[in-house]
Design a binder for this molecule. Structure first.
Ligand SMILES: Cc1cc2nc3c(=O)[nH]c(=O)nc-3n(C[C@H](O)[C@H](O)[C@H](O)COP(=O)(O)OP(=O)(O)OC[C@H]3O[C@@H](n4cnc5c(N)ncnc54)[C@H](O)[C@@H]3O)c2cc1C
Length: 357
């Protein structure tokens, strides 16, 4: 049995590994993750466009564990027994713990229909999957949020650079980036049109047949592959456990990032919903921000002291890569567009990667 079992090599756990590397702890710590590498989604767009190599966008979690004195186990957890403090991996191996923390991210929902769909989560499947999507005859992205817009623009940029004639299409049930702000929405509409992307917003897929989609508004769209990016979907891992989940299947934690009925179970990032902040967006920014509180609370719990609350900031800076090394910055209701925005994004992403390499 280990003292601290970290499940998933997500953003918050990477931060914890880095802390332990800088300052050793007396606890026995093990990290179990489905892949040796953690691919950083902030650089998915740059990889798609051909600006970064696969090496540049991934962190070797096993190596980081070795440097931190943490045991790394490559396995996928398939069963959680919170009462008996036991997890089960794919091969049936059981892992006991005093305290467990989950940072296993989320999945992407799939769509009905017969057209090939590309799955880019869990993040280690991303490079291979995006290669096939970039080259397909008629690529269609479904979803007009930040991830959908960014992937559409980076695939389009790569296709323009590589002599592909047909453009990327985006289908979105709402105006693009409408959940960010009106300003961001109107700016991105201009950008995507200028880059040649075909947008069908406030519309949805009704039917798919071979190489063609029909939307609710009756449009017929050529489509050889679909990339659904319609928001985070909960992992099925917790579904059969006794842990409390929100209505969408995400692990419900308190503001201390701790499960109420099982105080030895913690969680952070996309896989959790914080009871006091259910609307918090599921993105890497908040997963990173939760890490200092998660680590402090793990230590406080193990030493029997009162825990602290995670208090999310109301506004956060977001930078979307829009192709050709240009970016769109959004902060609250503000939105700015330009080359400098991409350069800022590039330097933030590089800083994040260098911290963990
Ligand atoms: C195309 C795209 C672009 C995005 N761009 C941005 C961006 O620029 N900025 C931003 O803030 N957010 C972005 N996001 C959102 C971001 O990817 C997620 O919010 C973020 O990765 C969540 O981090 P996490 O730490 O919760 O989990 P993840 O980063 O998803 O990590 C989860 C880890 O757990 C492991 N794992 C999963 N299941 C198991 C299991 N059962 N057992 C063991 N290990 C497991 C995985 O291998 C992985 O290492 C983007 C998303 C997409 C799809």
């Amino acid at each position: 049995m280990v003292d601290i079992l970290l499940v998933g090599g997500g953003h918050a756990h990477l931060g914890i590994l880095r802390r332990i590397r800088m300052k050793a702890v007396d606890y026995r710590v093990t990290l179990i993750s489905a892949s040796t590498y953690q691919y950083y989604s902030g650089m998915f767009s740059g990889f798609t466009e051909g600006l970064y190599s696969e090496q540049e966008i991934r962190i070797n979690v096993e190596e980081l564990c070795q440097q931190s004195g943490v045991t790394f186990i490559k396995d996928t957890i398939v069963h959680v027994d919170a009462t008996n403090r036991k997890l089960v991996g794919t091969t049936g191996i059981e892992y006991g713990f005093k305290l467990v923390s989950f940072d296993i991210g989320s999945n992407i929902g799939s769509l009905d229909g017969s057209i090939k769909q590309i799955e880019i989560k869990p993040n280690y499947v991303f490079p291979n999957e995006i290669h096939t999507f970039r080259e397909t005859a008629f690529p269609v992205v479904v979803g007009g949020g930040a991830a959908g817009v960014e992937m559409a623009l980076s695939v389009q940029a790569w296709r323009l650079n590589n002599g592909y004639k047909s453009n990327v299409t985006v289908i979105s049930s709402s105006p693009l980036l409408s959940s960010v702000s009106e300003k961001a929405s109107s700016k991105i509409m201009k950008i995507v049109k200028q880059k040649g992307i075909v947008v069908h917003d406030q519309d949805e897929i009704q039917e798919t047949s071979r190489q063609q989609l029909t939307t609710k508004k009756g449009r017929r769209i050529a489509c050889s592959q679909l990339l659904p990016l319609t928001g985070a979907k909960a992992s099925t891992l917790f579904a059969e456990s006794s842990l409390t989940l929100d209505e969408n299947g995400f692990l419900l934690v308190e503001s201390t990032l701790q499960v109420k009925d099982y105080p030895w179970v913690f969680g952070a990032g996309d896989c959790v919903t914080i009871r006091t902040n259910p609307e918090l967006p599921k993105n890497g920014v908040f997963a990173v921000r939760q890490e200092p509180v998660l680590w402090e609370n793990i230590n406080l719990y193990l030493t029997g002291k009162p825990l602290k609350s995670f208090v999310p900031q109301k506004k956060f800076l977001s930078i979307l890569s829009v192709g050709q090394q240009q970016g769109l910055i959004t902060y609250g209701r503000h939105a700015f567009y330009g080359r400098w925005a991409w350069r800022l994004k590039h330097s933030i992403d590089m800083k994040f990667m260098n911290k963990h390499k």
